[in-house]
Design a protein around this ligand. Structure first.
Ligand code: C2E
Ligand code: CA
Ligand code: CA
Length: 498
């Protein structure tokens, strides 16, 4: 019903209709005389004005959110009475900011409007569409008697298919992707329009986190996870300021000598109520609140401070590695800031290693990240390519990023001692690294057998639970004391000649 009304209004708004106005006025005069002429000449513009105003209020424009909730309430009430049901879909574009960077704000708006038009064209007559101010698009299905999960996934897929078709903009072919979350009318936590829209939005946020191009159906677990995230979000700024977020360190050792070759700093949140939280739980919150740079500052300071302490205690830890996200690597002041931090602790630049995810290197058309990494490498910092093997970085990008070492992802390491195929893959990575003049480290090494096989294949460094779990800085000191004793008394693992 809402959809029919909206379409009638939009066709009434079409300017082409106005060409019939003179003919109508003339016909009115012939048929009904002066009275009819006056009615048509004054009445028609008046009716048009009223219809257009109603149309604006009906949610066709970007501020239609409130009106849409009312419409949704009506649909939800109808659903309860008539045994029919609806579903709400929320579409979020995956990279709207990237489109502004590439084409400017006006063209970006045109591109998104074109996508919205396509979605409108892909829906049935009674379905309603509303563009929200944050750029997302809400689609509400006209109530139907049967609506199962498979149908809803198909509808989401159909919406994605039209959005994902190429668009011409400024003589460029643009590929836009979107993620979609949806909620079945009977799955909303409460039988209200607000609750249904909120649920679909929670699902859309979840989809976007797993995007690009993801689809998610709302579930109660998702709502619980969101409550947790919201609670964390409120506390994260204080946590960073109060020192609740600390670095744990995981040792990296040489396969050749067993000596410590470095320590990786991994973030931990000592939450006052929830205990020690892992990055998987709070990193998305930090990224979502724009606090990545602050986290990075904390981690670099913690890592360098621990390194200076170990130096003073007489331990040899050649370098400490810190993980950097794409957002942190985008900061033009990064090299200057890191140099300042190293100076503050009186450490040379080679003592800090920057870990960059392979996905960042592979997907980056971003020159700022490449420039920063090149500057840091020229300064003397080590650059490690993290999770290597998962991100499809090309050899060209590996060269462009002035890397020092490949960190072979855990997925290649698990079971490498038994699986011939894994051995072949790792051997191929090692030989490619050797030809490119790169060092290698295997991560996620859990067993002595994996450790031995990696050493025999020629991998130079290893890290993983099999050597040690990540631990607080003071425990690292105790571990190092014991490790040094252990390697003094253990025969070395031999390296196979290749
Ligand atoms: P990552 O950089 O790949 O770090 C290795 C992760 O694998 C760590 O998880 C570590 O505890 C775990 N791990 C190490 N050895 C083993 C093993 O033998 N077996 C298994 N199953 N796991 C092992 P963690 O600490 O939960 O960190 C997860 C991810 O969070 C890290 O993956 C890294 O991408 C990110 N991260 C951690 N700290 C920071 C940070 O300060 N900044 C940024 N941007 N990301 C961070
Ligand atoms: Ca890492
Ligand atoms: Ca890794």
């Amino acid at each position: 019903m809402i959809g029919y009304l909206r379409q009638a209004i939009s066709s009434f708004r079409r300017t082409e209709v106005l060409v019939f106005l003179p003919a109508l006025t003339l016909a009115a005069f012939w048929i009904g005389g002066e009275g009819a002429l006056l009615m048509i000449a004054l009445g028609l513009p008046l009716v048009t004005l009223v219809v257009v105003l109603v149309g604006q209020g009906a949610g066709g424009g970007p501020t239609g959110g409130t009106r849409m909730i009312e419409d949704l309430d009506t649909v939800m009430a109808l659903q309860a009475e008539a045994g029919r049901t609806t579903a709400c879909f929320v579409l979020q574009f995956d990279d709207p900011v990237g489109l502004i960077d590439r084409y400017g704000r006006t063209t970006q708006s045109e591109i998104l409007a074109c996508c919205n038009d396509r979605v409108r064209g892909a829906m049935r007559l009674g379905d309603s569409l509303t563009a929200l101010e944050d750029g997302s698009l809400v689609v509400v299905l006209a109530p139907v008697y049967r609506l199962d999960l498979e149908t809803m996934v198909q509808i989401a897929g159909r919406i994605q298919a039209v959005v994902h078709q190429p668009i011409m903009a400024r003589a460029d072919v643009v590929h836009v992707t979107c993620s979609i979350g949806f909620c079945h009318g009977r799955r909303a936590p409460e039988p209200t329009g607000r609750s249904l829209l909120d649920a679909a939005q929670i699902a859309a946020d979840e989809a976007r986190r797993h995007g690009p191009g993801a689809i998610r159906a709302f579930s109660i677990d998702m709502a619980r996870a969101k409550v947790n995230r919201d609670a964390l979000r409120d506390g994260v700024e204080i946590a960073l300021a109060d020192g609740q977020i600390k670095a744990h360190f995981q040792p990296q050792i040489s396969t050749d000598t067993g000596a410590i070759s470095g320590m990786e700093a991994l973030a931990r949140w000592y939450h006052p109520d929830r205990g020690c939280l892992l990055p998987g739980e709070f990193l998305p919150v930090i990224e979502g609140t724009g606090l990545s740079e602050r986290l990075n500052q904390v981690m670099v300071a913690e890592a360098l401070s621990a390194l200076a302490d170990w130096d003073r205690a007489g331990f040899s830890v050649p370098t400490v590695s810190v993980n950097f996200s794409a957002a942190e690597l985008n900061d033009p002041k990064l090299p200057e800031r890191l140099k300042w931090e190293l100076d503050r602790f009186d450490l040379t630049t080679d003592r800090l290693t920057i870990e960059v995810l392979e996905t960042v290197v592979a997907s980056s058309e971003n020159d700022m990240i490449a420039v920063n990494i090149a500057t840091l490498a020229a300064m003397g910092c080590g650059i490690d390519l993290d999770d290597f093997g998962t991100g499809n970085a090309s050899i060209t990008s590996i060269r462009r990023f002035a890397l020092r070492r490949l960190k072979i992802d855990r997925s290649f390491v698990t079971g490498v001692d038994e699986d011939r195929e894994q051995q072949k893959l790792v051997a191929a990575i090692l030989s490619m690294a050797e030809r490119l003049g790169l060092e290698t480290m295997a991560e996620g090494v859990e067993s002595p057998a994996e450790h031995t096989m990696l050493a025999q294949l020629g991998c130079r460094h290893v890290q993983g639970y099999g050597i040690a779990r990540p631990m607080p800085a003071d425990e690292v000191t105790v571990w190092m004391g014991r490790h040094i004793e252990r390697i003094a008394t253990t025969p070395r693992i031999g390296q196979k000649a290749r």
